[in-house]
Design a protein around this ligand. Structure first.
Ligand code: ADE
Length: 228
Protein backbone atom coordinates (compact mmCIF):
# COMPACT_ATOMS: atom_id res chain seq x y z
CA UNK A 1 0.00 0.00 0.00
CA UNK A 2 1.16 3.53 -0.73
CA UNK A 3 -0.09 6.50 1.32
CA UNK A 4 0.72 10.01 0.09
CA UNK A 5 0.07 12.74 2.63
CA UNK A 6 -0.06 16.35 1.45
CA UNK A 7 0.34 18.95 4.16
CA UNK A 8 1.66 22.44 4.89
CA UNK A 9 3.20 21.06 8.09
CA UNK A 10 4.81 17.72 7.18
CA UNK A 11 7.12 18.05 10.18
CA UNK A 12 4.09 17.43 12.41
CA UNK A 13 4.20 13.75 11.44
CA UNK A 14 7.59 12.99 12.92
CA UNK A 15 7.21 10.71 15.89
CA UNK A 16 3.68 9.79 14.81
CA UNK A 17 4.16 7.57 11.78
CA UNK A 18 7.82 6.68 12.13
CA UNK A 19 7.47 4.67 15.33
CA UNK A 20 6.35 1.26 16.42
CA UNK A 21 3.98 -0.79 14.24
CA UNK A 22 3.70 1.79 11.46
CA UNK A 23 7.47 2.09 11.23
CA UNK A 24 7.86 -1.70 11.26
CA UNK A 25 5.24 -2.05 8.51
CA UNK A 26 7.22 0.42 6.40
CA UNK A 27 10.48 -1.45 7.01
CA UNK A 28 8.78 -4.75 6.10
CA UNK A 29 7.68 -3.16 2.81
CA UNK A 30 3.97 -3.51 3.60
CA UNK A 31 3.34 0.21 3.27
CA UNK A 32 5.14 3.26 1.95
CA UNK A 33 4.16 6.57 3.49
CA UNK A 34 5.31 9.65 1.62
CA UNK A 35 4.96 13.16 3.01
CA UNK A 36 4.61 16.05 0.58
CA UNK A 37 5.00 19.67 1.52
CA UNK A 38 2.27 21.62 -0.27
CA UNK A 39 4.68 24.57 -0.57
CA UNK A 40 6.78 22.51 -2.98
CA UNK A 41 3.91 22.69 -5.47
CA UNK A 42 3.25 26.41 -5.60
CA UNK A 43 4.49 28.76 -8.28
CA UNK A 44 4.39 31.63 -5.76
CA UNK A 45 7.90 32.97 -5.33
CA UNK A 46 7.40 33.35 -1.55
CA UNK A 47 6.07 29.78 -1.39
CA UNK A 48 2.69 31.07 -0.18
CA UNK A 49 -0.12 28.52 -0.54
CA UNK A 50 -3.00 30.54 0.92
CA UNK A 51 -4.80 33.78 0.18
CA UNK A 52 -7.63 35.98 1.45
CA UNK A 53 -11.15 34.63 0.93
CA UNK A 54 -13.41 36.23 -1.63
CA UNK A 55 -16.32 38.01 0.00
CA UNK A 56 -14.26 39.47 2.80
CA UNK A 57 -14.37 36.82 5.55
CA UNK A 58 -11.63 36.67 8.17
CA UNK A 59 -8.72 34.24 7.85
CA UNK A 60 -6.79 32.69 4.99
CA UNK A 61 -7.83 29.92 2.61
CA UNK A 62 -5.60 27.29 0.98
CA UNK A 63 -5.48 27.88 -2.77
CA UNK A 64 -6.54 25.37 -5.38
CA UNK A 65 -3.50 25.72 -7.64
CA UNK A 66 -0.78 24.13 -5.42
CA UNK A 67 -3.24 21.42 -4.34
CA UNK A 68 -4.15 20.59 -7.93
CA UNK A 69 -0.44 20.60 -8.87
CA UNK A 70 0.37 18.22 -6.00
CA UNK A 71 -2.48 15.80 -6.72
CA UNK A 72 -1.81 15.86 -10.48
CA UNK A 73 1.90 15.14 -9.92
CA UNK A 74 1.04 12.16 -7.71
CA UNK A 75 -1.54 10.86 -10.19
CA UNK A 76 1.17 10.78 -12.87
CA UNK A 77 2.87 8.04 -10.84
CA UNK A 78 0.01 5.87 -9.64
CA UNK A 79 -3.75 5.37 -9.64
CA UNK A 80 -5.57 6.12 -6.39
CA UNK A 81 -8.47 4.33 -4.77
CA UNK A 82 -9.37 7.48 -2.91
CA UNK A 83 -8.29 11.13 -2.56
CA UNK A 84 -9.22 11.96 1.01
CA UNK A 85 -9.58 15.38 2.59
CA UNK A 86 -9.46 15.61 6.38
CA UNK A 87 -12.15 17.92 7.66
CA UNK A 88 -14.48 18.20 10.65
CA UNK A 89 -17.38 18.23 8.11
CA UNK A 90 -16.53 14.76 6.81
CA UNK A 91 -17.88 11.26 7.38
CA UNK A 92 -16.78 10.18 10.87
CA UNK A 93 -13.89 7.71 10.71
CA UNK A 94 -14.45 4.32 12.33
CA UNK A 95 -13.15 0.75 12.32
CA UNK A 96 -15.22 -0.23 9.26
CA UNK A 97 -13.69 2.58 7.21
CA UNK A 98 -10.23 1.62 8.49
CA UNK A 99 -10.87 -2.00 7.42
CA UNK A 100 -12.02 -0.94 3.98
CA UNK A 101 -9.06 1.41 3.47
CA UNK A 102 -6.52 -1.18 4.64
CA UNK A 103 -7.38 -3.17 1.50
CA UNK A 104 -6.66 -0.22 -0.81
CA UNK A 105 -3.53 -0.04 -2.94
CA UNK A 106 -2.98 3.71 -2.98
CA UNK A 107 -4.52 6.69 -1.22
CA UNK A 108 -3.85 10.40 -1.00
CA UNK A 109 -4.66 12.22 2.21
CA UNK A 110 -4.86 15.99 1.87
CA UNK A 111 -4.67 17.72 5.24
CA UNK A 112 -6.97 20.68 5.72
CA UNK A 113 -5.87 23.77 7.58
CA UNK A 114 -7.33 26.61 9.67
CA UNK A 115 -10.12 28.31 7.76
CA UNK A 116 -10.34 25.74 5.03
CA UNK A 117 -9.48 25.25 1.41
CA UNK A 118 -10.90 26.69 -1.76
CA UNK A 119 -14.20 24.81 -2.08
CA UNK A 120 -13.44 23.87 -5.69
CA UNK A 121 -10.86 21.40 -4.34
CA UNK A 122 -13.65 19.60 -2.51
CA UNK A 123 -15.96 19.77 -5.50
CA UNK A 124 -13.50 18.55 -8.13
CA UNK A 125 -10.40 16.89 -6.68
CA UNK A 126 -11.48 15.02 -3.57
CA UNK A 127 -13.32 11.69 -3.52
CA UNK A 128 -14.01 11.43 0.20
CA UNK A 129 -14.00 13.73 3.25
CA UNK A 130 -13.17 12.22 6.61
CA UNK A 131 -13.47 13.61 10.14
CA UNK A 132 -11.97 11.90 13.17
CA UNK A 133 -14.63 13.24 15.52
CA UNK A 134 -16.96 16.10 16.31
CA UNK A 135 -14.37 18.62 17.43
CA UNK A 136 -12.20 21.08 15.54
CA UNK A 137 -8.44 20.61 15.31
CA UNK A 138 -6.07 23.34 14.11
CA UNK A 139 -5.32 21.26 11.04
CA UNK A 140 -5.86 17.88 9.46
CA UNK A 141 -2.38 16.52 10.25
CA UNK A 142 -3.39 14.76 13.47
CA UNK A 143 -6.45 13.35 11.71
CA UNK A 144 -4.26 12.02 8.88
CA UNK A 145 -1.87 10.45 11.41
CA UNK A 146 -4.76 8.83 13.31
CA UNK A 147 -6.21 7.39 10.10
CA UNK A 148 -2.81 6.19 8.89
CA UNK A 149 -2.14 4.41 12.18
CA UNK A 150 -5.57 2.73 12.25
CA UNK A 151 -5.27 1.63 8.60
CA UNK A 152 -1.66 0.43 8.60
CA UNK A 153 -2.01 -1.82 11.64
CA UNK A 154 -4.74 -3.72 9.76
CA UNK A 155 -2.56 -4.56 6.74
CA UNK A 156 -1.88 -8.32 6.93
CA UNK A 157 1.57 -8.85 8.46
CA UNK A 158 1.76 -5.43 10.19
CA UNK A 159 0.92 -6.87 13.58
CA UNK A 160 2.94 -9.91 14.60
CA UNK A 161 -0.02 -11.83 15.90
CA UNK A 162 -2.71 -11.47 13.20
CA UNK A 163 -5.31 -12.65 15.63
CA UNK A 164 -4.82 -9.59 17.79
CA UNK A 165 -6.12 -7.16 15.11
CA UNK A 166 -9.23 -9.31 14.70
CA UNK A 167 -9.98 -9.18 18.42
CA UNK A 168 -9.70 -5.37 18.62
CA UNK A 169 -12.50 -3.36 20.13
CA UNK A 170 -15.04 -2.34 17.42
CA UNK A 171 -13.93 -5.06 15.01
CA UNK A 172 -17.28 -6.77 15.55
CA UNK A 173 -19.08 -3.69 16.95
CA UNK A 174 -18.16 -5.01 20.39
CA UNK A 175 -15.62 -3.69 22.89
CA UNK A 176 -12.68 -6.02 23.51
CA UNK A 177 -12.70 -8.18 26.66
CA UNK A 178 -10.27 -7.38 29.52
CA UNK A 179 -6.73 -8.78 29.35
CA UNK A 180 -4.35 -9.58 32.22
CA UNK A 181 -0.76 -10.71 32.62
CA UNK A 182 1.57 -11.91 35.40
CA UNK A 183 1.43 -11.79 38.36
CA UNK A 184 -1.86 -13.66 38.83
CA UNK A 185 -2.31 -11.79 42.11
CA UNK A 186 -1.07 -8.28 42.93
CA UNK A 187 -1.79 -6.52 46.24
CA UNK A 188 -4.62 -9.02 46.65
CA UNK A 189 -6.15 -8.08 43.25
CA UNK A 190 -6.73 -11.32 41.41
CA UNK A 191 -6.91 -12.24 37.76
CA UNK A 192 -10.27 -13.96 36.96
CA UNK A 193 -9.93 -17.65 37.85
CA UNK A 194 -11.25 -18.83 34.46
CA UNK A 195 -8.22 -17.38 32.64
CA UNK A 196 -5.90 -19.59 34.69
CA UNK A 197 -8.00 -22.72 34.17
CA UNK A 198 -6.47 -23.78 30.84
CA UNK A 199 -9.99 -24.56 29.59
CA UNK A 200 -9.89 -22.74 26.22
CA UNK A 201 -13.57 -23.14 25.28
CA UNK A 202 -14.67 -21.73 28.65
CA UNK A 203 -12.14 -18.88 28.30
CA UNK A 204 -13.60 -17.97 24.89
CA UNK A 205 -17.13 -18.06 26.30
CA UNK A 206 -16.02 -15.79 29.18
CA UNK A 207 -14.38 -13.36 26.74
CA UNK A 208 -17.52 -13.06 24.63
CA UNK A 209 -19.70 -12.55 27.68
CA UNK A 210 -17.29 -9.87 28.98
CA UNK A 211 -17.31 -8.13 25.59
CA UNK A 212 -21.10 -8.07 25.56
CA UNK A 213 -21.31 -6.87 29.15
CA UNK A 214 -18.73 -4.10 28.64
CA UNK A 215 -20.37 -2.97 25.37
CA UNK A 216 -23.80 -2.87 26.99
CA UNK A 217 -22.45 -0.84 29.91
CA UNK A 218 -20.02 1.50 28.13
CA UNK A 219 -21.21 1.74 24.50
CA UNK A 220 -24.85 0.58 24.22
CA UNK A 221 -25.07 2.51 20.91
CA UNK A 222 -22.85 -0.17 19.32
CA UNK A 223 -25.37 -2.88 20.21
CA UNK A 224 -28.21 -0.79 18.77
CA UNK A 225 -26.15 -0.53 15.57
CA UNK A 226 -25.87 -4.33 15.44
CA UNK A 227 -29.67 -4.67 15.67
CA UNK A 228 -30.19 -2.35 12.63
N1 ADE B 1 -9.50 19.13 10.78
C1 ADE B 1 -9.92 19.89 11.81
N2 ADE B 1 -10.69 19.18 12.66
C2 ADE B 1 -10.76 17.92 12.13
C3 ADE B 1 -11.42 16.73 12.53
N3 ADE B 1 -12.15 16.65 13.63
N4 ADE B 1 -11.26 15.64 11.76
C4 ADE B 1 -10.53 15.70 10.63
N5 ADE B 1 -9.89 16.80 10.21
C5 ADE B 1 -10.00 17.90 10.94
Amino acid sequence: MHIDIISVLPEMFSGLIDCSIVDRAQKKGLVEIELHNLRDYTTNKHRHVDDYPFGGEAGMVLQIEPIDNAISALKQKRQYDEVIYTSPDGEVFNQQIANQMSSYRNIIILCGHYKGIDYRVREHLITREISIGDYVLTGGELAAAVMTDAIVRLIPGAIGDEQSALSDSFQDDLLAPPVYTRPAEYKGWKVPEILLSGHQAKVEEWRLQQSLERTERLRPDLLDKKKD
